[in-house]
Ligand binder design. Structure first.
Ligand code: EPU
Length: 333
């Protein structure tokens, strides 16, 4: 196991923020991962687990050991797939869809690894990971204990889980309960119109195709244009508060949600005329108001100044505190 010191993470996060890891390694097996975790334990180093870096903001240099989980492997047992954390999420979607298993088609083209998927409880177009998650395996970094979590124990919520709030666990494997029977979710209007326009039947393949088309049209590709997808969560407001706001702003975009109404953060930001707003090299995407892009060499200072302006304007006009969606490192920044 090669553990390196003072490693640049600039090419290991899709926002391309420049920050360094005090220690860094890549683990291709559970044994290697345990070895790295033990190395950290012996030196009292904090461990930060990294996937493809597509949903993190590196606010500064990271003290401790950054472990990139690169464990490969997909095993199918009837309708259940057991997947190692280092696998690429979209490749998994492609392979399950093409082998006739339903459940992941709406989650096509989401960047990142399988191990990172439960942390955020990734979701899109009416489906989230929690709809198919059966269980997962994780290592408890302070004790090196390996534990299997049931779905309930993962405490999944909208873009949230136990693992987002508690980084003592490193996810090694994820098991998903898929289905041979079509239970496709076509609630998102864009999917329906794509299928209609292209005269496609509802199949896993056609939904994945529709989702890929919609995403590619709305969201800049993080591999070409540095970004982390949605930068803010869609805020959930109590129904009365949302209704009062809708009286003042009749075009307010809102959906039913647990605990009230979910508002569109993109709409709120768009209404502020912030598309194209820039601070240094960071700019609010002209394609989608929820996406912040690094045009090259942008600094943490520029990013947080831009985020501050967006939050302030939305707060001033709508009285809403936007919450940042990706994880920010180091903790407590
Ligand atoms: N809208 C605007 N301006 C924009 C973009 C959108 O006003 O620039 C309004 C439109 O009215 C649009 C509505 O916002 O109908 C919703 O936009 P969209 O369908 O793109 O969805 P979203 O709420 O902005 C969420 C997720 C996405 C996910 C899509 C589709 C969050 C924070 N984001 O975005 O997830 O792909 O729904 O289900 O929940 C991600 O988490 O990184 C992500 C991309």
């Amino acid at each position: 196991m090669n553990i390196h010191q003072n490693v640049s993470l600039a090419d290991k996060n899709t926002l391309r923020l420049d920050a360094r890891a005090e220690w860094y390694c890549e683990a291709f097996t559970v044994e290697a991962l345990l070895e790295a975790a033990e190395f950290a334990l012996n030196r009292k180093l904090k461990v930060i687990s990294l996937g493809e870096g597509s949903n993190i903001v590196l606010a500064g240099n990271l003290a401790g050991l950054v472990i990139k989980n690169r464990i490969p492997g997909v095993n199918r047992d009837a309708e259940v797939v057991h997947v190692a954390g280092g696998e690429n999420w979209h490749s998994l979607v492609r392979s399950t869809v093409s082998s006739g298993l339903f459940g992941l088609e709406n989650l096509a083209l989401i960047p990142g690894t399988v191990g990172a998927a439960p942390v955020q409880n990734i979701g899109a177009y009416g489906v989230e990971l929690g709809d198919t998650l059966l269980s997962l395996k994780a290592i408890h970094l302070p004790t090196l204990e390996q534990k299997t979590f049931s779905k309930a124990e993962c405490e999944l919520a909208y873009r949230d889980s136990l693992f987002k709030r508690n980084d003592e666990w490193l996810i090694t494997h994820v098991s998903l309960a898929l289905s041979k029977v079509s239970e496709c979710v076509t609630t998102y209007p864009g999917i329906v119109s794509y299928l209609k326009e292209h005269r496609l039947d509802v199949t896993g393949e056609s939904i994945a195709k529709a989702v890929t088309h919609i995403r590619a049209g709305k969201l800049p590709d993080p591999l070409r244009i540095p970004n982390v997808g949605s930068f803010f969560k869609n805020p959930v407001l109590e129904t009365e508060r949302a209704e009062a706001l809708a009286k003042v702003f009749p075009d307010l975009v809102q959906y039913e949600a647990t605990g009230g109404k979910k508002l569109s953060a993109a709409w709120l930001i768009d209404q502020m005329g912030l598309k194209g707003f820039r601070v240094g090299q960071f700019v609010v995407s002209n394609q989608h108001a929820l996406v912040i892009i690094n045009e090259g060499g942008g600094t943490q200072g520029e990013l947080f100044e831009l985020v501050g302006v967006v939050k302030q304007k939305v707060k001033y006009t709508f009285g809403i505190d936007l919450e940042i969606e990706p994880r920010i490192y180091p903790d407590g920044f």
